[in-house]
Design a protein around this ligand. Structure first.
Ligand code: EPS
Length: 386
């Protein structure tokens, strides 16, 4: 079973992840993981912290001579900024008083976290609630992606809205262009408007959110299951995407737009392609029917709220006195939608890796591939002559 745990605080020494269930024999190296980590750090609208960090995951276990060996893979990313936070984030007690954070930021985990854990210093909550943790998830997602490439499954993402400025539908999407775009947007015209939205928010001391889309192609029919709620693939995907910091909504395929349509305008007609494969002539289901992948690309969109740390703070209350104050201000980003898309890819990769290994099993990648190929052979539509 593919599963993982992450640990680490934003300004602590570093971030740790343990990934379990990757079959033996998969080629994996630190450079492969580093390229996804670099993609997450980019994007117009990021703050000064990204100039300090140059994320790289060290592989501490689970890989030998360039190949996985079936044991847990542990990954370690050092926080460069820790140098500047040694007192505030010291593991041992410190001599000098460290000023507690008590001015609660609306929209962050500050109030609910501090009350729940009975803590007087919001820093003990905000450090782990920080989206810094998503560096870990992207590293884990890169391991999952490496596994998926063996099965010709590809995952991409792009930005479709920032601050109410929407991209036109671009088809087909030029993924190289998206990778070169500072906002990871396929529509250059909309991108200019999106940049303006970010600049205006920055000047106003504010923040902006938006929407990203993640697409997985090459997914075979049969991942997930209809039989139980927690085995449905769309349920696992929604949960993984929703768990990314600042996400407030997830939709699959046509999503909320189906509310305006009739059944005949929504459901995707099934046929057999010239190559003799099952296919749908449209993909409004977003690649999943009945909780099971249906062979079409999996399409997921998510809305990212404007991040809650703003240089012009909202009115709020003090945790210790309850008095009205301005919310705490920390150095922060103005917009994280492009980075969130890369994190969405990682979340989807982890879910698909788990579902794929559940379906095909195997302790060595060659065994998983054998099972996969034999299944693919058996799922071709039967001709009249069979
Ligand atoms: C974050 C606040 C900022 C972001 C951080 C998430 O950190 P800092 O307070 O150090 O400037 O840069 O994101 C990352 C560090 C990252 O790697 O994405 C927050 O409050 O969630």
């Amino acid at each position: 079973m593919f599963r993982f745990l992450t640990a680490g605080e934003s300004h602590g020494r570093g971030l740790v992840a343990v990934v379990e269930g990757v079959p033996a024999g998969l080629a994996l190296d630190e450079d492969y993981i580093a390229s996804d980590l670099a993609r997450r750090q980019g994007g117009y609208g990021r703050g000064a912290r990204m100039e300090i960090e140059h994320d790289r995951a060290e592989i501490i276990s689970g890989v030998r001579h360039g190949l996985t060996i079936g044991s847990p893979i542990s990954l370690l990313i050092w926080n460069r900024d820790w140098e500047n936070w040694k007192q505030e984030m010291s593991v041992s007690p410190v001599e000098r008083d460290v000023e507690p954070v008590t001015r609660l930021r609306p929209g962050h985990a500050d109030l609910s976290g501090a009350v729940k854990y009975s803590l007087n210093d919001v820093r003990s909550i905000l450090e782990r609630a920080s989206a810094r943790e998503t560096a870990n998830r992207v590293a884990v997602g890169a391991v999952a992606r490496k596994l998926l490439t063996e099965f010709d499954i590809e995952i991409h993402s792009h930005t479709i809205c920032i601050g109410g400025r929407w991209s036109e539908k671009v088809e087909p999407i030029d993924w190289d262009k998206v990778e070169r775009s500072p906002l990871r947007c396929a529509d250059s015209g909309a991108e200019k408007d999106m940049r303006r939205a970010i600049d205006e928010a920055r000047e106003a001391g504010d923040s902006v959110g938006g929407v990203f889309e993640v697409i997985a192609s090459g997914v075979p029919i049969g991942l997930g299951s209809h039989v139980h709620w927690d085995r449905k693939l769309d349920c696992s995907i929604a949960r993984a995407i929703m768990s990314i910091n600042a996400i407030k909504g997830v939709e699959i395929g046509a999503g909320f737009a189906v509310a305006d349509l009739r059944g005949s305008q929504v459901h995707d007609v099934i046929e057999v392609s010239k190559e003799g494969q099952w296919q749908h002539i449209t993909n409004r289901a977003g690649g999943i029917e009945g909780g099971i992948s249906n062979g079409e690309p999996i399409i997921v969109r998510a809305v990212v709220k404007p991040i809650p740390t703003m240089s012009k703070p909202l009115p709020s209350a003090d945790l210790q006195t309850g008095q009205t104050v301005e919310a705490h201000v920390e150095r922060s980003d103005v917009c994280v939608v492009p980075a969130a898309g890369v994190i969405g890819e990682a979340a989807l990769a982890a879910v698909l890796a788990e579902a794929l290994l559940e379906k095909f099993g195997g302790d060595h990648i060659s065994e998983t591939l054998r099972n996969y190929r034999s299944y693919r052979e058996s799922t071709k539509p039967r001709s009249k002559h069979d």
